[in-house]
Ligand binder design. Structure first.
Ligand code: FE2
Ligand code: FE2
Length: 245
């Protein structure tokens, strides 16, 4: 039920498809001197994610717990991970720590400034502050500089039970998912703000070659071009005629 796939050297995608939501929930674990998790998964999904992580590393060795923004699928199992792994610490932006995490979590977070790097051994994770991209005041993303992997959170979400890795069209799938949500109770899932284009241009400028996407397939290829395409989808679907509740 939960699939584990190596999407880049020592970087694993853990994926659980939830039929009721027609959506995959993905977490990413990096095997290194200081193992890092991007997304804890939902609290109720913790046993599944823990057991999947255990096929890659000893889960009690997790050192860094990272995520984009404060939301249940991003960090709902944070306290379960803090209890399991004695050296684990959340790492997030200042807004996330001050506004939410340091109240809810059982241990305080390490706060990351824009551009700050967490070195875990062979890998280097650069924190990029991205307010309201994909969504949330506290949003940020990580870019792993050694393998050039961008951890995208909800950007480029694709619905359905899709393949772990693809070089094909994730942007068209993202557009379909947004249009689908715009027609129902999940409308305006992601905002389009005056900052969106600039943030996506900065992410494209990092030159990612793997896009580790939270819901859907991981994309391998020209990730910068896909970030620019993603900006066009935001403008088209959310910036104009479809911008209704
Ligand atoms: Fe989200
Ligand atoms: Fe999400």
């Amino acid at each position: 039920m939960t699939q584990v796939t190596e999407i880049a050297p020592d970087l694993f995608r853990i994926s659980t498809f939830v039929p009721e939501a027609d959506l995959q929930f993905n977490q990413f674990v990096v095997r290194d001197d200081e193992p890092l998790l991007f997304h804890t998964g939902l609290r109720k999904m913790f046993p599944l994610v823990r057991d999947a992580v255990a096929t890659v590393i000893d889960p009690t060795r997790v050192r860094w717990i990272t995520f984009s923004h404060f939301e249940a699928d991003e960090c709902g199992a944070l306290n379960e991970w803090l209890a399991l792994a004695p050296r684990a610490q959340a790492a997030c932006g200042v807004v996330g720590a001050v506004v939410s995490v340091d109240d809810v979590a059982d241990r305080p977070a390490r706060t990351l400034a824009d551009g700050e790097v967490i070195a875990t051994g062979r890998h280097r994770f650069r924190y990029c502050r991205t307010p309201h991209v994909p969504h949330g005041w506290d949003a940020g993303l990580l870019f792993e500089e050694t393998e050039r992997t961008l951890f995208c959170s909800d950007l480029l979400q694709q619905n359905g039970e899709v393949e772990p890795l693809t070089r094909a069209d994730v942007v068209g799938r993202f557009r379909d998912a947004l249009l689908n949500y715009q027609a129902g109770p999940f409308a305006n899932y992601l905002p389009w703000t005056p900052m969106t284009d600039g943030i996506l241009a900065n992410l494209a400028g990092l030159g990612p070659k793997t896009l580790a996407i939270m819901h859907g397939s991981t994309f391998v290829g020209d990730g910068g071009a896909r970030c620019r395409d993603c900006a066009a989808v935001f403008r088209d679907v959310l910036g104009g005629r479809n911008h209704g509740a």
